[in-house]
Ligand binder design. Structure first.
Ligand code: FAD
Length: 468
């Protein structure tokens, strides 16, 4: 009996899922599938923290599908071959999927479409993960945008995103289900050692967790979002990023829920942050190597350092700068870091330590539960100064002043760097001035003097400009 395949990728939800609705509309039994592809060279496998999230998100999706009389088939291998083989096995007439935008996945999807078409299987890709397709937004000359404000103005002049699609109530099942891997056999969560305790305590992966997070944010934090979003101790941002990255909730659902409560300056600010995500995807789509190459090619000659000891101190949160160390430890423990602190730690790595932004991007990819090919690459290039519409290289964050400005009480540092918890607000961001002095085996001296590092970074940058 013919069937339709719905291939889940980074859209692990039932509501507002156009591929799923299209599969249902085909009138054939629907076979939902997820493919763990760690073999296709051009696509990047998930990092360790994201693998933990993926495990729980797939578990949740499967449970939701069971409630509709369906289930999630799990297969592992190169997605192109796996989907083509499954289509033959299930006598599929059409394979449906929602679009993804990184270059490697797009090329793979194109090859798969051709392979399916040679076997007379149709493939349909749908818009689901962005508010505005990257090719829908262009300058007057028809070119891609490189500046956020102009990009977002153009987006806001387009019709607003429509209503989200409801989740299906039932899904017709095939007479016999194709074989599926066992999720546990994929061993996605860490074991030996299992370091995921902090992730489990911080997050509820899955569609229900995503909806609950959205409602909690709109009820409790949206009103103070504009003023407090930069304060890492305030818990004033949505923390929706991992749910969005795995597609447990769509940008359209968030947009509609936020605007349904009326428009305010806070709502506009929040929508603009979703706009930064749209912009990052716009850049990734038009400049496919955003995650690998400097957007501004003059940075190709930048004299990056390869000081492995400094990188290790940064990764472990032992730089001697409390706001940097707090951020890196929040990341290590919970798989997430506040946006302001992401900017500070990235500036410290690229400018104070002169380490190539790609080293930081890779560490974030492995440790973030919200690791995202567009946002991560765009974020790192923005801070490093090598990106589109980036922070200028000569704007170098002072980690002490940033700490004092955005964590004035020191509560964020106290939470993540407990060995400093006894220091008062006056010294917590400059613990080397504390009396009595802290023993260095308790908390390290700064690994670089910021004033010296700043001068060195500016010198390196001037050299780059002289050379270009
Ligand atoms: C060096 C660096 C690396 C980053 N890496 C990632 C990453 O891998 N994945 C990721 O989702 N975000 C990344 N960001 C962007 C941002 O830090 C996070 O999206 C944000 O902190 C998530 O928290 P939230 O959901 O509470 O954000 P909110 O403030 O509640 O914003 C709502 C949503 O808007 C989007 N958003 C917010 N800020 C940005 C931004 N600056 N750029 C793009 N989208 C944004 C996110 O999807 C976010 O969930 C990075 C930023 C920097 C500076």
């Amino acid at each position: 009996m013919p069937s339709s395949i719905v291939w889940f990728r980074n859209d692990l939800r039932l509501a507002d899922n156009p591929a799923l609705i299209a599969g249902l509309g085909s009138g054939h039994p629907v076979v939902p599938v997820y493919v763990l592809d760690e073999e296709t060279e051009s696509t990047r496998p998930p990092g360790a923290a994201a693998r933990w999230w993926l495990h729980h998100s797939l578990q949740s999706l499967d449970a939701f599908l069971h409630a509709l009389g369906s289930r999630l088939i799990l297969r592992r291998g190169p997605a192109e071959q796996v989907i083509a083989a499954l289509a033959a096995e299930c006598d599929a007439r059409t394979v449906y999927w929602n679009r993804v935008y990184d270059q490697g996945s797009r090329e793979r999807d194109t090859r798969l479409k051709q392979a399916l078409s040679r076997r007379s299987v149709a493939a349909e890709s749908l818009k689901a993960n962005l508010l505005f397709e990257p090719w829908e937004v262009t300058t007057q000359a028809g070119a891609p945008f490189k500046v956020f404000t102009a990009f977002w103005r153009a987006c806001r002049n387009l019709p607003s995103p429509g209503q989200p699609l409801p989740a299906p109530k039932r899904l017709p099942a095939p007479e016999a289900w194709p074989a599926s891997d066992r999720l546990a056999a994929w061993r996605l969560p860490p074991s030996a050692p299992d370091w995921s305790g902090g992730l489990g305590a911080s997050w509820a992966p899955g569609e229900a967790g995503a909806s609950a997070r959205l409602v909690a944010f709109l009820d409790e934090a949206m009103a103070r979002y504009r003023e407090a979003r930069d304060m890492p101790a305030a818990d004033a941002t949505s923390r929706l990023s991992p749910h969005i990255a795995f597609g447990e909730i769509s940008a359209r659902q968030i947009w509609r829920a936020a605007t349904a409560r009326g428009h305010s300056a806070a709502t506009e600010k929040f929508l603009a942050e979703l706009g930064w995500r749209e912009f990052a995807y716009h850049l990734l789509f038009h400049f496919g190597d955003l995650g690998q190459r400097n957007f501004r090619s003059e940075f190709d000659a930048f004299p990056w350092s390869n000081d492995g000891t400094a990188v290790e101190a940064w990764r472990r949160g032992r730089t001697g700068y409390p706001i940097v160390d707090a951020g890196m430890r929040q990341l290590w423990t919970t798989g997430w870091m506040h946006n302001r602190v992401r900017m500070i730690v990235a500036s410290f790595l690229t400018k104070d330590l002169l380490i190539d932004w790609r080293v930081g991007e890779k560490w974030f990819w492995d440790t973030l539960v919200d690791a995202d090919p567009a946002n991560n690459a765009a974020g790192w290039q923005w801070v490093a100064g090598s990106g589109a519409d980036a922070q200028p290289y000569f704007r170098i964050f002072n980690p002490v002043l940033q700490g004092e400005k955005f964590d004035p009480t020191g509560d964020y540092v106290r939470r993540w760097v407990p060995e400093l918890a006894g220091l008062p607000a006056e010294t917590i961001h400059r613990p080397w001035t504390a009396e009595p002095a802290l023993p260095p085996d308790i908390y390290p001296e700064p690994i670089v003097d910021h004033a010296v590092a700043r001068t060195r970074a500016l010198e390196a940058f001037r050299g780059l400009r002289r050379a270009s």
